[in-house]
Design a protein around this ligand. Structure first.
Ligand code: NAD
Length: 498
């Protein structure tokens, strides 16, 4: 076998080795014998060098007209379109999602490039009349400086694009620490930006493990904002670390998303939606449909229909076009999935489908598990409360819409919810009362589009949103400008008082 490619950190436009002298391997979770690449195992000194390079590049980049910045993003979009298939295949190899979904992940980054490129000609502020005569006033967005970005492995190109692009269009520079399980897609994405003409130092990549490379980025005094997507436990910890230097922090974290199925729902449509929402990306989406809150009148039939279809899901290496579900990302995550399935059984939930890991011929070198559906689940059970991040979902029977909404809201997270009903009144009540950042009607809990705000309430987030123009708020501050052309002092609130 040929030596796997060795990837370097990108600092100030140079590809450099880590000062630690160490590397780590990224392996294919469908077949761990395949090493996808070797990456730098970086530490605080590498982060310091990257932040310094980003701070240096900031002085010219912030003064580059935003429409010109947008033109670079537009060119990068064209390049990424050309490279879509190759990068999608790299993504499937590095993190296991099936090839159709990997193409979707790259497409999301393409969409984001076009959307944010256009923002270069908007970045609107406000003008508003003064309470004084002969006085003009307006507000404008200003960049913050160096942004520290920390990303997870489950959307290894889309999520970096959600953070890098709004930061850049505003005139910021960035240091990104991608997830150790899937760094290659960040390299591929950034390569398009470099080939499109992005100046050196505007984007810097430092790879490594969270506590060793991620945390020094959050601690660094010259990093002005941290944008993190990952688990709630790590996000919570990083908030406290960032508080020491009064940084802005944007957090996108876990979910325990519920689909409500009312007794008037089109059950065949529900089944299609649930299989996609619960088992797409092997359930490793922050928005995965991990709870089905079903009206008791249809809960059993729904379980039966789901079981019949779940057994038909083809599991395997996602590069095979016939495969519809891939592996879990790594040994730790696989163990979590297997443990939760055992917990569900011990809690007294009924296994409606799946329930076993796959270790037979063809599966023995990867982290494969059957798509698993539990029935008769009580809202208080662990499998109904905790994020599993795997191909497991739980049917919770309820008797009314009020109870369904209360169960849906009865978890610590608040990312995405959905309701299947043909009754417009029930749909509007759910849209109003579900406590989550995203609500779908007659569709599962996954499927966000990049031009709407994305994020969640409660333990899912801290009030910020990615996607949409709202993403600009994370990477900018408002500056208010007052221009008095009266020629004489005017005192607000005093000279015009009654
Ligand atoms: P994770 O929290 O383990 O890791 C996320 C990133 O944080 C990685 O780059 C990791 O290296 C880094 N990290 C870990 N410890 C750190 C530390 N002490 N200091 C700094 N950085 C550190 O999460 P994961 O396993 O990669 O991703 C799965 C989680 O992400 C799930 O909980 C999922 O719901 C969540 N997620 C949320 C969203 C969202 O938008 N809400 C999207 C995708 C994933």
């Amino acid at each position: 076998m040929s030596e796997p490619t060795l990837y370097h950190n990108l600092i100030g436009g140079e590809w450099v080795r880590s000062t630690t002298g160490q590397t780590f391997e990224s392996t294919n979770p469908a077949d761990t014998r395949e090493i996808v690449g070797r990456f730098q195992r970086s530490g605080a000194d590498d982060i310091a060098a990257a932040v310094q390079a980003a701070a240096h590049a900031y002085e010219a980049w912030r003064l580059t007209p935003a429409p010109k910045r947008g033109e670079i993003l537009f060119k990068a979009a064209e390049l990424l379109r050309q490279r879509k298939e190759q990068y999608a295949r790299d993504m499937t190899r590095e993190m296991g999602k099936v090839i159709a979904e990997a193409r979707g992940d790259v497409q999301e980054a393409i969409d984001m490039l076009y959307f944010i490129a256009g923002e270069g000609r908007r970045l609107y502020g406000q003008t508003t009349p003064s309470e004084m005569p002969n006085k003009f006033q307006m507000s404008v967005r200003v960049p913050l400086g160096v942004c520290g970005l920390i990303t997870p492995w489950n959307f290894p190109m889309a999520i970096p694009s959600w953070k890098i692009l709004p930061a850049l269009i505003l005139g910021n520079t960035v240091v990104i620490k991608p997830a150790e399980d899937a760094p290659l897609s960040t390299y591929n994405f950034v390569q398009c930006l470099l080939d499109a003409g992005l100046p050196p130092g505007v984007v810097n990549i430092v790879t490594g493990y969270g506590p060793e490379a991620g945390e020094p980025l959050v601690r660094h005094p010259d990093v002005k904002v941290v944008s993190f997507t990952g688990s709630t436990a790590v996000g919570h910890h990083l908030t406290k670390v960032a508080a020491e230097t009064l940084k802005h922090v944007s957090l996108e974290m876990g979910g325990k998303n519920g689909i409500i199925v009312m007794d008037d729902a089109d059950l065949d449509l529900v089944v299609e939606g649930v299989l996609w929402g619960a088992f797409g990306t092997t359930g490793q989406r922050c928005t995965a449909s991990s709870r089905l809150i079903a009206h008791r009148a249809v809960a059993t039939e729904l379980g039966r229909k789901l079981a019949a279809k779940a057994d038909g899901i083809t599991i395997g290496n996602g590069l095979d076009e016939r495969v519809s579900m891939g592996p879990s990302i790594n040994a730790d995550q696989y163990k979590i999935v297997c443990d939760y399935v055992e917990i569900g059984k011990q809690e007294g939930a009924v296994v409606v489908a799946g329930g076993e890991r796959l270790t037979t011929e063809g599966y023995s070198h990867g982290y494969f598990h059957q798509p698993t559906i539990f029935g008769d689940v009580k809202p208080s059970m662990q499998i109904a409360q905790e994020e599993i991040f795997g191909p497991v979902t739980a049917i919770i029977p309820v008797d009314s819409l009020d109870e369904a909404i209360s169960v849906a809201n009865g978890v610590k997270y608040g990312l995405s919810s959905s309701i299947y009903t043909r009754d417009v009144n029930q749909a509007f009540r759910a849209m109003r009362d579900l406590d989550s950042g995203i609500v779908y009607v007659n569709a599962p809990t996954i499927g966000a589009e990049i031009h709407l705000p994305f994020g969640g309430t409660k333990a899912t987030g801290n009030g910020h949103r990615e996607g949409g123009v709202q993403a600009l708020d994370v990477f900018s501050e408002w500056k208010s400008l007052y221009i008095d052309f009266n020629g004489q002092l005017q005192r607000a609130q005093i000279d015009n008082a009654e």
